[in-house]
Write a protein that binds this ligand. Structure first.
Ligand code: NAD
Ligand code: 0WE
Length: 265
């Protein structure tokens, strides 16, 4: 069987079959894991229930991470199905749309800054806090999804870049906090993928083609590739890895100037 045989996985951030969370869920299922899914609100409920069917699970639970009570209720509901959980996937990000346009300094507001950091970074610590006693010791792990806009400025990513920088620091501090329990905490920095979170972003298509033409692999990455790396990082195969941000981006982060650069792109 697979390398996640009988592992119990809680996956947040599922919105459609394009979601990175969906790539993670499918890969983990294939490796033998049992899956529970969360959905942000009633609008997403039936969609997530339908996708759950494809993973042979009936555990779908609501959780808007902006609300501590909903995180507590998520834990209590999950406890009625499982006594513990091996793996928690955090695949959630949000900034108000008007923050993701134009130059950072023109777009940023106090409110947008706070929202972006609360939903995209604090929520990872909030989940860790609530699930701390339910995560299996010493083999459990947590994983979040991040983007290179955390360490380099990217046009239009703006306050989300700051929130991802905070999220990546969160990975390191949570790894230390959980280390004595043997629980590992890591992040995957994925290349751009056309998901719902990327739809409607002005210039996304152009940025995507620039990126595809700049990577050593000469292409982008898929949710399946992110799912495979996530499965490895959360498995016992990665027992020596914690506090790490792993790039799954076709090598984009390693390039200075691509030999294929041209003004035609
Ligand atoms: P997606 O739209 O499929 O998923 C985003 C999810 O965040 C949705 O399921 C949405 O319901 C959830 N969410 C937002 N606010 C929430 C809240 N308050 N409570 C609970 N859930 C909430 O898009 P995706 O691209 O799969 O995004 C998943 C993660 O991957 C995000 O952290 C994103 O930053 C990261 N990421 C995406 C890309 C990309 O190019 N698509 C690249 C690198 C990293
Ligand atoms: O993390 C992300 C996107 C996160 C995101 C997306 C939205 C769209 C809808 C956060 N908040 C919102 N708010 C909304 O109202 N990515 C890594 C994908 C992404 O988003 C970009 C990118 C890339 C890549 C935005 C601008 C430039 C590049």
């Amino acid at each position: 069987m697979g390398f996640l045989k009988d592992k119990r996985v809680l996956i947040t951030g599922l919105a459609s079959e394009r979601s990175i969370a969906w790539g993670v869920a499918q890969a983990m299922k294939r490796e033998g894991a049992e899956i529970a899914l969360t959905y942000q609100n009633d609008k997403l409920r039936s969609r997530v229930e339908k996708l759950a069917g494809q993973l042979d699970t009936t555990i779908t639970l609501p959780c808007d991470v902006s609300n501590d009570r909903e995180i507590l209720e998520l834990k209590n509901s999950l406890l009625s199905h499982w006594s513990n959980v091996d793996i928690i996937i955090h695949a959630i990000a949000y900034a108000p749309r008007n923050e993701l346009n134009g130059l950072y300094l023109d777009a940023v507001t106090r409110e947008g800054f706070l929202t972006a950091h609360e939903i995209s970074s604090y929520s990872f610590a909030a989940l860790a806090k609530e699930f701390r006693d339910m995560i299996c010791k010493p083999h459990g792990s947590m994983l979040t999804l991040t983007y290179i806009g955390s360490i380099r400025s990217m046009p239009g990513y703006n306050v989300m870049g700051l929130a991802k920088a905070s999220l990546e620091a969160n990975v390191r501090y949570l790894a230390q906090s959980f280390g004595s329990d043997g629980i590992r905490v890591n992040g995957i920095s994925a290349g751009p993928i056309k998901t719902l979170a990327a739809s409607g972003i002005r210039g996304f298509k152009k940025m995507m083609s620039f990126y595809e033409n700049s990577t050593p692999l000469g292409r982008g990455v898929t949710i399946e590739e992110v799912g495979n790396a996530a499965s490895f990082l959360c498995s016992d195969l990665a027992s020596g890895i914690t506090g790490e941000i792993m790039y799954v981006d076709a090598g984009f982060h390693s390039v200075g100037i691509s030999p294929y650069y041209s003004n035609e792109n």
